[in-house]
Ligand binder design. Structure first.
Ligand code: HEC
Ligand code: HEC
Ligand code: HEC
Ligand code: HEC
Ligand code: HEC
Length: 369
């Protein structure tokens, strides 16, 4: 089997076109094409100055990006962060100026390129990484299952605790998904085992750069995937898992579909539990902070005026908080099916099973990977 890293890197360099190069052309390829690299970066989300991820602080009175956000949201914050002893996860003590992006200097400096270890919000440290360490520093989320464990300590599973608030993983924490049980980004239930690092191709742990171009950020073109994943017309068609994880008899569609089905089921289970145990109906809005709101009219959907901060959900029990945390963990990583499908499936299934201890939930047919 060919090593996919090489294939993907080549594809990335060629902007998606797979060229069969003669030796003279191969010589040229060795010389990086700065114009092409710059163009790819400019078109990528990392260079998008207008994105909320870069302009969020523009109207703040202080006119800076605070240290607890600057490591991941500015050009130079990560360089300052890497100059510390890395004890406070992704927090620096000095703010950074407004208006920068994730640019050439963010990654191409001696500290970022030499980085080999990443500390995750759970405190887990992963060593021996390559150039993807820099990606995993920013794409690791800001919370972990440990934060949930801490919040619910000493509380009864099914009793509403007024001091509990929703705990949010943050956005697109691909590295937390990919590292699975190693980084413990999800809420992992006791006495269960969880998938660790997603080893994509035999003996070759998947690194961010084995799929994503470091400059365009796009995953390698589908042609590079179907050499192994025959017949897939989209990334989301890919499936190697043979068992019926969603209990719907569907083992032919892509694993992304099964994850989406389980995610919907967990959403229903959360709503059912909120009505029957918390005695306060709940709704979820993916785009409004803090995501879970009181379903004031009890219609099971987000109605106008419901998804506002003052109406945030405030009837959390420990059991509900654990499930909601995992629901959001999977929701906020749209690439979870490629980053670590079995970890995502385990979190969703276990959350449902746990809610099923308190309310009736149909788990028949679900097979745990
Ligand atoms: C560990 C790195 C990290 C830290 C620290 C961090 N973020 Fe983020 N944040 C990210 C990443 C990665 C995204 C990318 C989301 C995407 O691709 O859309 C993001 C996205 C966002 C977005 C955009 C969400 C959207 O809807 O597009 C906002 C707003 C945001 N973060 C606010 C904050 C604030 C406020 C802080 C500090 C209190 C903070 N972040 C700290 C990594 C971080
Ligand atoms: C998000 C991080 C990141 C950003 C932003 C970034 N690069 Fe890179 N770049 C990388 C990584 C990772 C590599 C691969 C290094 C390796 O394999 O040794 C790389 C490789 C390169 C190379 C070597 C040829 C290649 O493509 O492998 C050049 C030249 C380069 N980058 C220039 C730039 C320029 C110019 C910019 C800004 C327009 C930029 N990079 C922005 C991460 C980044
Ligand atoms: C300094 C922090 C930082 C580093 C380092 C970083 N990213 Fe990002 N990344 C972000 C932020 C912030 C965004 C959101 C940008 C936006 O919304 O336009 C983002 C966006 C992305 C996206 C697009 C997500 C979307 O919403 O469409 C991908 C894919 C991505 N990064 C992959 C990578 C990879 C691969 C690397 C390593 C080569 C990397 N990132 C390194 C902070 C970082
Ligand atoms: C096995 C291939 C693979 C690996 C390995 C991988 N990704 Fe992905 N990633 C994907 C695919 C496929 C998507 C979904 C892209 C799409 O829908 O366009 C994705 C989505 C993403 C997104 C969200 C993009 C969006 O459009 O919202 C981010 C951010 C991201 N990946 C970052 C990373 C980081 C950081 C790593 C390493 C920790 C990584 N990925 C490892 C294949 C991979
Ligand atoms: C060299 C062969 C090879 C290539 C190329 C390859 N994959 Fe894979 N892929 C595998 C193998 C083997 C597995 C099974 C891994 C496992 O479950 O341990 C897998 C599993 C997956 C899964 C999970 C499927 C499931 O049902 O759990 C996804 C998603 C995936 N690959 C996406 C991609 C994407 C996206 C690309 C292209 C960017 C790609 N793969 C390229 C060999 C490959």
């Amino acid at each position: 089997m060919r090593r996919p890293t090489r294939i993907f890197t080549l594809c990335a360099l060629l902007g998606g076109a797979i060229a069969i190069a003669g030796s003279a052309a191969a010589q040229d390829e060795k010389k990086p094409d700065l114009a092409k690299i710059t163009e790819a970066w400019l078109a990528s989300p990392h260079a998008d100055r207008s994105a909320e991820a870069f302009k969020h602080w523009n109207d703040d009175e202080d006119r800076v990006v605070p240290g607890e956000c600057a490591t991941c949201h500015t050009s130079r914050g990560i360089i300052d962060y890497l100059g510390t002893d890395l004890r406070a996860v992704n927090v620096i003590d000095q703010p950074q100026p407004l208006g920068s992006t994730v640019d050439c200097a963010t990654c191409h400096n001696s500290k970022s390129m030499a980085l080999q270890s990443v500390v995750f919000p759970s405190g887990a440290r992963v060593d021996g990484l390559g150039k993807e360490a820099i990606c995993s520093t920013c794409h690791q989320g800001r919370a972990s299952g440990a934060a949930v464990t801490e919040a619910i300590a000493g509380k009864e599973d099914d009793v509403v605790a007024g001091d509990l608030t929703f705990i949010n993983i943050h956005y697109k924490a691909a590295a937390a998904t990919q590292m699975g049980g190693v980084a413990r980004g999800g809420y992992q239930y006791e006495d269960r085992t969880y998938a660790g690092l997603f080893v994509h191709v035999a003996k070759e742990p998947s690194t961010c750069l084995s799929c994503h171009s470091q400059h365009s950020l796009k995953p390698a073109p589908l042609e590079a995937c179907i050499t192994c994943h025959e017949g897939a017309a989209k990334y989301t068609d890919i499936r190697t898992t043979r068992i019926d994880v969603a209990g719907d008899g569907d083992t032919a569609q892509g694993i992304a579909h099964s994850i989406a089905a389980l995610h919907r089921m967990l959403g229903e289970a959360i709503r059912k539990y909120a009505v029957e145990v918390s005695d306060a109906p709940i709704v979820y809005d993916a785009h409004a902070f803090p995501y879970f709101f009181a379903d004031t009219d009890g219609d099971g959907a987000v109605s106008p005026g419901e998804a506002i901060f003052p109406n945030r959900y405030q009837s959390w029990t420990p059991r509900l908080l654990k499930a909601a945390y995992n629901y959001q963990f999977v929701a906020k990583d749209p690439g979870a099916y490629s980053h670590n499908p079995h970890y995502a499936i385990q979190l969703l299934q276990d959350s449902m099973a746990d809610l099923g201890e308190a309310v009736e939930i149909d788990l028949s047919g679900l097979v745990r990977p």
